[in-house]
Design a protein around this ligand. Structure first.
Ligand SMILES: Cc1cc2nc3c(=O)[nH]c(=O)nc-3n(C[C@H](O)[C@H](O)[C@H](O)COP(=O)(O)OP(=O)(O)OC[C@H]3O[C@@H](n4cnc5c(N)ncnc54)[C@H](O)[C@@H]3O)c2cc1C
Length: 427
């Protein structure tokens, strides 16, 4: 990994102070070696430590260096695929388990924040905003579906009601989920890392896993040390590279970009989002936004293949923001950055086991803030020998991207272009 410093994001600029962490320079023995200190790795580590395991976390860069420290901060429950589609794929029994778990990630985040006193600007309330009657119909049917699995907190909003919570004329209605919400994502990761250490876990930074020696007692090698463990959890997601070749074939890293305005002041911020809820629209290539604690607007949109430098990011995302909020035309953009998430063909998480002792979860393709927290719990359950919920995810089928590793990017870009057209013309 070339660059191991945080990007120049709003989050890095407003991160809580943390002590420096060591580089692994020894041979260490532990129960579980976790590769990657994003939410998947940290959530796994915390649940394992709470259940008496010894845990060592290896992070190639810094805690929250990947998507977990760069994302839109939206606590969006459920999966990137509708539960009826999942039901048709895996059958009613597995779908029941997955359906019941779909809103658990948000609860886990809140428990973590409360138990470990994590300062991460947590706010309740997330809105799914419909841009067309067809999208509104879809929200209505989704609400009915979720109620079947016991999730009854969702509120449909007509055009008048959504205008009370979002100062934008684009929407015909929406759905409010008070179990959604938002956080400062890097500060959540940093707080979880501190919680891991408070329970006796060790986190090494600037310590990439470069090789896994598989076997009954596997060993993870870093440039200057190694960790022998009973179990390994692979949690490198879109930043993992080819460390575990079996995983790379069925997933694809994608870049997505976020901009942050200068502070808007109370009056303007309240005019945009009076209740301080976060919002995502219902397009396939969706726009999402929210306020920060100091009343900036954080706005992300779409998937942009190849746009990397901040000026380029602002040029792409700012017009989307102005379409929603033309009143921001004179507002300055203070930060623009990019991050990678991991896409699977089904848009469902890729979860499983290699041999007896290497576990992985990656590729949730969206809604990752909540899913990754749930994943940590489900992985820890599996390591304790209770694999029913783990198996519900592990049974989800996954297929290689058409074109293999060489052609998967142009094929996926073509797919995104197609869905972009569908969004544009409301198809
Ligand atoms: C810009 C952006 C906006 C997003 N917005 C939202 C949102 O608003 N809501 C939402 O739900 N989801 C959002 N997501 C998705 C969400 O952030 C991710 O799904 C989630 O954070 C993934 O967490 P993770 O721990 O699996 O991976 P990551 O956070 O990417 O962590 C992986 C870690 O593993 C480390 N690593 C990789 N390889 C190795 C190795 N060999 N050795 C050691 N360490 C290694 C990396 O350095 C990294 O720190 C967004 C993603 C991006 C990029």
């Amino acid at each position: 990994m070339a660059n191991t410093q945080y990007p120049e994001s709003y989050y890095a600029a407003s991160a809580n102070a943390v002590p420096p962490r060591p580089v692994l320079q020894d041979d260490v023995e532990t129960d579980v070696c976790v590769i990657g200190a994003g939410y998947t790795g940290l959530s796994s580590a915390l649940f394992l430590l709470e259940n008496g395991f010894r845990v060592t976390v290896l992070e190639a860069a810094k805690v929250g260096f990947g998507a977990s420290g760069r994302n839109g901060g939206q606590i969006v429950n459920s999966y990137s695929r509708d539960i009826d589609v999942i039901e048709r794929t895996v059958g009613p029994k597995q779908a029941q388990l997955l359906g019941e778990m779909a809103f658990e990630g948000g609860r886990i985040i809140r428990e973590r924040v409360a138990r470990y006193n994590i300062q991460c600007d947590l706010k309740d309330g997330g809105v799914f905003a419909a841009l067309s009657a067809k999208q509104m119909d879809h929200l209505e049917s989704q609400k009915r579906l979720w109620e079947r699995f016991g999730h009854t907190q969702l509120e449909l909003m007509d055009q008048r009601r959504i205008r009370e919570v979002v100062g934008c004329d684009q929407y015909v209605g929406g759905m409010l989920d008070m179990s959604g919400g938002h956080i400062h994502p890097l500060n959540l990761a940093l707080g979880e890392a501190a919680a891991v250490e408070s329970l006796g876990g060790t986190i090494y930074e600037q310590s990439p896993a470069v090789r896994i020696e598989r076997g009954a007692s596997p060993v993870v090698h870093t440039p200057q040390g190694k960790v022998r463990a009973r179990f390994i959890i692979v949690a490198g997601n879109a930043y993992l590279g080819n460390l575990v070749p079996e995983l790379a074939a069925k997933s694809m890293p994608c870049g997505t970009q976020v901009i942050t305005t200068e502070p808007l002041g109370d009056e303007l911020a309240n005019a945009l989002l009076p209740q301080d809820y976060c919002v995502e629209d219902c397009n396939y290539l969706l726009d999402y936004y929210r306020l920060t604690a100091d009343k900036r607007l954080i706005f992300g949109g779409g998937v942009v293949y190849g746009a990397r430098d901040p000026a380029n990011i602002e040029a792409i995302i700012r017009p989307k923001m102005l379409k929603a909020f033309p009143q921001l035309k004179d507002v300055k953009i203070d930060y623009a950055w990019t991050g990678n998430f991991l896409l699977t063909l089904s848009r469902l998480p890729q979860v499983g086991r290699l041999g007896d002792n290497i576990y992985y979860s990656q590729g949730c393709s969206g809604h990752g803030v909540t899913y990754t927290h749930l994943a940590g719990k489900v992985l820890a359950e599996a390591l304790r020998g209770q694999a029913e919920r783990f198996d519900a995810f592990a049974d989800l089928p996954h297929y290689p991207f058409p074109g293999g590793q060489l052609l998967r990017t142009p094929f996926a870009a073509l797919g995104a272009w197609y869905y972009g057209l569908r969004d544009k013309y409301g198809l």
